[in-house]
Ligand binder design. Structure first.
Ligand code: ACO
Ligand code: LMR
Length: 274
């Protein structure tokens, strides 16, 4: 009979044992011959299913729109400083990626989870905002350093327009927009930002594509997959910044002293050697 040996690793996405790798059962030669798009490859490797084209195209539009937002944002700044310290491409990229989190670029999952939870529970957008406020929490997906009601984020407009035209439902985007309408009454930079827009639209996409039941949608949100799309996209821009610095042979970066407020006291420190 067959001898079954337990394995240390279980893999359910790819198989590299044959003549060629298979992505979720599809040989890469078919992927090339049938012109699978990068969105379809993400769909296979991340969600283990081939999503409809309006959905894979949406993921591609996210990849393009979130790829870069200039040298001043946290991630690009770190990448630039690291490249100028003489580190290689991998280190420069990773240094930038490490800034992606709840304040910058990594608010997508939490925004999606919250918009879905409060919308499904039929809690009004103002009550949603006030509930988080009472807990001392910021609304993930809302707020921006430079974008305001008067200076809208074109990326958010482009993603929303695509979804309005192609998605079967944009219920969660509409909920997020109502949240924005309320937060804008408090301050004009409390706009729906790109993380929040991607988050709400991913919930719409996952819920209306016909591939996942309610529990599966929730599981995907909790896996952290949506921050993954921002990380993947912004890696394109961060690599661009690292190469840009190397190409120009930029020297070691040192932050100017005049841009630091020194408030350390000259008085002896508290405590002491005993
Ligand atoms: N929810 C509730 N109140 C908020 C929010 C929010 N999302 N953002 C700002 N405020 C309020 C707070 O009262 C804040 O005061 P506090 O510091 O005492 O909490 C006040 O506005 C002032 O905030 P700002 O100085 O205008 O905002 P800041 O520049 O510090 O933050 C940021 C900008 C980090 C984006 C913020 O709005 C935030 O944390 N948003 C949620 C996280 C998020 O969505 N990040 C993704 C941004 S898009 C991207 O990175 C690609
Ligand atoms: C980004 O895309 O990186 C941003 O929207 C964040 C920013 O501060 O511009």
């Amino acid at each position: 009979g067959e001898l079954r040996v337990s394995t240390n690793i279980v893999c359910t996405t790819t198989d590299d044992r044959g003549e060629e790798p298979k992505y979720c059962g599809v040989p890469i030669s078919d992927i090339i011959q049938d012109n699978y798009s990068i969105g379809e490859v993400i769909s296979l490797l991340w969600f283990k299913t081939l999503l409809p084209q309006w959905a894979t195209k949406f993921m591609e539009i996210v990849l393009v729109t979130a790829a870069d937002h200039g040298p001043n944002v946290s991630g690009a700044h770190n990448t630039i400083v690291t490249a100028r310290a003489g580190r290689d491409l991998g280190a420069s990229l990773c240094s930038g990626l490490l800034t992606i989190g709840p304040r910058f670029g990594g608010a997508v999952d939490m925004a999606a989870i919250n918009f879905k939870h409060f919308c499904d529970a039929k809690i009004s957008p103002p009550d949603f905002v006030e509930t988080l406020k009472k807990k001392g929490q910021r609304v993930e997906g809302i707020g921006h350093r430079i974008k305001t009601a008067e200076n809208r984020d074109k990326r958010v407009e482009l993603l929303s327009a695509y979804a309005k035209e192609t998605f079967p439902s944009i219920k969660y985007l509409e909920y997020a927009q109502q949240v924005e309408a309320y937060t804008l009454q408090k301050a004009n930079n409390l706009v729906l930002n790109i993380d929040g827009c991607i988050g709400a639209l991913f919930v719409d996409m996952l819920s209306s594509c016909g591939e996942f039941n309610e529990e599966e949608v929730q599981e995907i949100l909790e896996l952290g997959a949506l921050n993954g799309i921002f990380i993947l996209s912004r890696s394109i821009g961060l690599i661009g910044h690292a190469l840009d610095q190397k190409r120009m042979r930029q020297p070691l970066y040192r932050h100017p002293q005049e841009d630091v407020l020194y408030i350390a006291s000259d008085a002896p420190p508290r405590g002491g050697r005993k």
